[in-house]
Design a protein around this ligand. Structure first.
Ligand SMILES: NC(=O)c1ccc[n+]([C@@H]2O[C@H](COP(=O)([O-])OP(=O)(O)OC[C@H]3O[C@@H](n4cnc5c(N)ncnc54)[C@H](OP(=O)(O)O)[C@@H]3O)[C@@H](O)[C@H]2O)c1
Length: 303
């Protein structure tokens, strides 16, 4: 299959490229930076440069400035929004202009769509929340849905916190534990809706082929944990002192608005639609996921 991926150079994109190259798909990656082409992987810096012979049957939209990359200043918020909303608008307009529009668009979104909701149980039928990340996800998803006007099946992939070695949130989360300090943000009772990166790759592949699935799909593990439970699971992997909280006031001083939205309130998200469709998680529980991340030769494998 011909698949076009935006943001394919990132943490999730790289894992997808490895998996889909091995599966024999022809991949085109839209990147802002010049890249060397590899077997089965062709890079372009503009959609106008996609050769006619590489017109995609499927598009995966991952591009966007990193949400946790910098403090959310007014200027950085504009970059976070523009890189997703404008980028997706340009992408879907291009898709609609193709002689044969792609059959499917898997467009990344985030569980931030639901806003900071504490311990409330959330699934795909839950309404959008409030706050910057919720507004951002709603606007991003609206742009993605425009691809449906040309008959493309659109999946809005609401990702939880994606865990794996070598990037993403886990690198930051593991830092204190590597120093022997176990900690959690705020009360520790807030819910962390996480997912192992291999399960994200498997879910993307599942959505690619499952023609009955369209609209919002939560891509999280079926067993979210509290921040304190995550700390306990990490302590099984690292030798560390007994856990202690990083007070909310310190988190807010360090991270500003991002602290409340991403870390201190939490979201308890359930992957209802993937479960109903019969998706199988390689890492449904946090202990298995952390073991695979920290002891990668302990039998873990890509889906
Ligand atoms: N990882 C997670 O835990 C998580 C959770 C929820 C949602 N998501 C969403 O899923 C998507 C992929 O996540 P990821 O972790 O793979 O992200 P990532 O590693 O930060 O990669 C995203 C890619 O987007 C491109 N990009 C970065 N800044 C950009 C900008 N200002 N304008 C346009 N493109 C830009 C970059 O590609 P080039 O430099 O090649 O252009 C980058 O490789 C993101 O949109 C993210 O918000 C991720």
């Amino acid at each position: 299959m011909q698949i076009l991926i935006t943001g394919g150079t990132g943490f999730i994109g790289q894992a997808l490229l490895r998996y889909w190259s091995a599966a024999g798909h022809e991949l085109t990656v839209l990147s802002r930076r010049p890249q060397s082409n590899r077997a089965q992987c062709h890079y372009v810096q503009s959609l106008n440069d996609v050769p006619p012979g590489r017109a995609p049957q499927a598009v995966v939209n991952l591009a966007g400035a990193s949400l946790a990359g910098k403090r959310w200043s007014a200027r950085y918020k504009t970059e976070l929004v523009d890189s997703r909303v404008q980028g997706t608008r340009v992408l879907t307009a291009w898709m609609r202009s193709l002689p044969v529009p792609p059959a499917v668009l898997l467009s990344a979104s985030a569980i931030g769509y639901y806003g900071a909701r504490g311990s409330e149980a959330l699934d795909e039928s839950s309404a959008a929340g409030s706050g910057f990340s919720s507004d951002l996800c709603s606007a991003w998803e609206s742009e993605a849905l425009a691809a449906g006007e040309a008959g493309t099946r659109v999946c809005l992939v609401r990702l939880g916190v994606v865990l794996d070695a070598g990037g993403g949130a886990f690198t930051e989360m593991a830092r204190p534990f590597k120093l022997g300090i176990a900690s959690w943000p705020g009360s520790g009772h807030q819910c962390l809706s996480w997912v192992h990166r291999n399960d994200v790759v498997a879910a993307m592949d599942f959505l690619l082929h499952h023609e009955a699935l369209a609209g919002a799909v939560n891509v999280t593990a079926p067993q979210p944990v509290t921040q304190r439970r995550f700390c306990t699971a990490m302590r099984k992997q690292f030798t560390s002192l007994p856990g202690m909280p990083v007070p909310a006031v310190v988190m807010r001083l360090m991270l500003g608005e991002m602290a409340d939205e991403l870390l201190l309130t939490g979201q308890c998200v359930h992957p209802q639609r993937l479960e109903e469709a019969g998706f199988h998680w390689q890492h449904p529980d946090i202990d298995s996921a952390l073991l695979a991340i920290l002891a990668p030769h302990a039998g873990d494998k890509l889906p």
